[in-house]
Design a protein around this ligand. Sequence first.
Ligand SMILES: [Fe+2]
Ligand SMILES: [Fe+2]
Length: 171
Amino acid sequence: MALQPEIEKALNDQITAEFASSYAYLGMAAFLEAESLPGMAQWMRTQSQEEWTHGMKIYQFVLDRDGRVALGELGAAATEYESPLAVFEAAAAHERKITGLINDLYAKATEARDFASLPLLDWFVAEQVEEEAAVNQIVDDLRRAGGEGHTILMLDREMAARTTVPAEPGA
Ligand SMILES: [Fe+2]
Ligand SMILES: [Fe+2]
């Protein structure tokens, strides 16, 4: 079944939102790197790459459905924050916002009986649970650390381990 115009638009808006996430996280990574937290910067760069793959996943889906891709504006991304904690709090708030967008998209697709979109959107629903949990854990760790330099350094070194992007398009 061909894509209905409102579903095509909603999918395109989500492509832009995923690329905007990628851009936002790249800005956060730049701040963390400048603050001499290379592990956290590495984690955030990987997050940025993962968001890119999310955008591409929907991009490919729109094309596979014989739709037309439209790429919206990204706007500037912040590269200055008050603290590493403020960065991860902003990332957590951002993921909650994205979860809301995915839920709205799911509701729209269901209402329009665009059932072909649902397996893709199921993947995104599950992905958002993981993403929110991961970033909330980091926020909790940083809050627990307070300003304690040694603990923050330890967290930074641990977070350097994240170097792969598991969510390749089509997976
Ligand atoms: Fe995403
Ligand atoms: Fe995300």
